[in-house]
Design a protein around this ligand. Structure first.
Ligand code: C2O
Length: 546
């Protein structure tokens, strides 16, 4: 196994998009940031130097961080932020993960521009369980704001209303040629006739689930979130923010140029193929007119309608692990957690300028009615390890305070989230099942729920209220897929299982940044087991001061 050293300089950089030049926070002046490439078993040592005027941390999304939880990155959960002028070296080893992950800032909304791909190839001397592709390309789907994204979220936090939506979707940082001033920067992905190409698709958008397709080509889906899948074919995939999907495409079409495109799922803004569709171009190297720039018009794809839940459900239900897996059958911790939005009734002294949500309220969000509040002067992991009192309480409820019809017309009295820094403690090695139940409150969006420090099996997903009698029969205990982010439908549920064998403080949250801003999160504190190999490593000496 190798050790790779990288320097990440977080800095303001001039970036031109949609006809204007913007001062943008980047890593090493690149947008999107550098792609990191390793093999399973390798170690990454990334020295992050903060030359920007904002606090920053970097999270290695999906990396298990076995015993190395101090390198996980979420601000005020595993570390205090790297202040302007400061630095911190993240050091961790990839253990038993192959495929595509990514890295992103985990402080305020900085990840809008501070993100990149993490490519993990099989352990040296081993190979993919499919024929080796001739080319591999990361495809990062993102969102672009003309305004500074930090200002967008600050304004929303000040008023209590919903933040402005982005000005463009992007593929590898470029809106593509349906947007203004974007034609000459449209990303070109090459392919040869007859070759197989691995696309590593990553949804790095802040707040939007996205469909992705390539005109006239079919995908063979081979992995997601750095776990292999039993291959299946489809012409369109859907990813929630945080999720990755590895697909093979073959150069089996007449040599030409074909659009690849991404488009919102579950958004009022959805309209297939217009100037809100981000595009890149798959270009056959042998195309008759080897176009420079955009002369020959690419073949147009068809995208599902924004509300095409049937397509998404069929896609998600095709996910299987390649082989029979070892799902924990006996459960030590059985949690039922509601995920949803809510409204905060402003007390009189709040002032109307701070309560510009629906009917003079503020937007909020919660799990089991607790709206998560980050500490502001120490991380939860430091407070836990050093015994700092008064930072968090350990009374996050394993069930909602009241049971109700989660997907009906939810009575106002049931959705008044209470702010708090409540964590849930897990003993080392406990077998955990979580039923995630979406609630029908103030949203038409699904919640992509991500857990740090773990991959989990998805036993089943469904619509309506989870019914323990009926729905348990639907559990796949044979070959369920393994992921780090699961889509919980609005009006629906998902059931996941994992073994809590990685000690540390691990955030579970909705990967829509707007929802984490409103408190859709909780932290699991996993205790050390017996001996060094079941314990969190000591904190690095350069952990940023609080
Ligand atoms: Cu992609 Cu909390 O992270």
């Amino acid at each position: 196994a190798k050790v790779y050293y990288h320097d990440f300089v977080v800095q303001a950089t001039k970036v031109k998009r949609l006809c204007t030049t913007h001062n943008t926070i980047t890593v090493n002046g690149q947008f999107p940031g550098p792609t990191l490439e390793v093999n399973d078993g390798d170690t990454l040592v990334v020295n992050v130097v903060n030359k920007a005027r904002y606090n920053v941390t970097i999270h290695w999304h999906g990396v298990r961080q076995v015993r190395s939880g101090w390198a996980d990155g979420p601000e005020f959960v595993t570390q205090c932020p790297i202040r302007p002028g400061g630095s911190y070296t993240y050091r961790f080893t990839i253990q038993g993960q192959v495929g595509t992950l990514w890295w992103h800032a985990h402080s305020s909304w900085l990840r809008a521009t501070v993100y990149g791909a993490l490519v993990i190839r099989p352990k040296e001397g081993t190979s993919y369980p499919f024929p080796k592709p001739k080319r591999e390309t990361p495809i990062l789907l993102g969102e672009w704001w003309d305004a500074n994204p930090i200002d967008v979220v600050r304004e929303a936090t000040r008023t209590g209303g919903a933040p402005n939506v982005s000005d463009a979707y992007t593929i590898n940082g470029q809106p593509g040629d349906l947007y203004n001033c974007s034609s000459k920067d449209t990303v070109i992905v090459p392919i040869d006739s007859g070759e197989t190409h691995l696309l590593r698709v990553i949804n790095a958008a802040l707040n939007q689930e996205l469909f992705f397709t390539v005109a006239n080509h079919r995908f063979t889906v081979v992995g997601a979130d750095a776990s292999y899948l039993k291959p299946f074919t489809t012409s369109v995939i859907m990813l929630g923010p945080g999720q990755t999907t590895d697909v093979l495409i073959s150069g089996d079409q007449p040599p030409a140029r074909y659009y690849m495109a991404a488009e919102p799922y579950q958004s009022a803004q959805g309209a297939p193929f217009d100037n809100t569709t981000t595009t890149a171009i798959l270009e056959y190297k042998s195309a008759p007119c080897p176009a420079k720039g955009i002369s020959s018009k690419p073949v147009m794809p068809t995208l599902p309608a924004f509300n095409d839940t049937a397509t998404v459900t069929a896609f998600i239900q095709s996910f299987r692990s390649p082989n029979k897996v070892d799902v924990p059958t006996d459960i030590d911790e059985n949690l039922f957690i509601t995920v949803g939005l809510g409204l905060f009734n402003c007390p009189k002294n709040f002032g109307s300028s701070r309560c510009q949500g629906p009917n003079g309220t503020r937007f909020t969000a919660s799990m089991n009615n607790v709206s998560f509040v980050l500490p502001s002067n120490v991380s939860i992991l430091q407070a836990y390890k050093q015994g700092v009192p008064g930072v968090f309480t350990t009374d996050f409820p394993a069930n909602p305070p009241v049971q109700f019809d989660y997907t009906g017309n939810v009575s106002r009295s049931l959705w008044q989230p209470v702010p708090g820094t409540k964590v849930y403690k897990l003993k080392y090695g406990s077998r955990v099942q979580i039923v995630l139940q979406g609630t029908n409150i103030q949203t038409a969006e699904n919640h992509p729920i991500h857990i740090h420090g773990y991959d989990f099996y998805i036993l089943a997903t469904g619509f309506g209220n989870f019914n323990p009698q009926k729905d348990t029969a639907k559990f796949n205990l044979v070959d369920p897929p393994m992921r780090n982010t699961v889509g919980v439908s609005v009006n629906g549920w998902a059931v996941i299982r994992f073994v809590a064998d990685n000690p540390g403080a691990w955030l579970m949250h909705c990967h829509l940044d707007v929802h984490i801003t409103w408190g859709l999160a909780v932290v699991f504190l996993v205790e050390n087991g017996v001996g060094e190999l079941q314990s969190l490593q000591p904190p690095p000496a350069d952990l940023p001061p609080c």
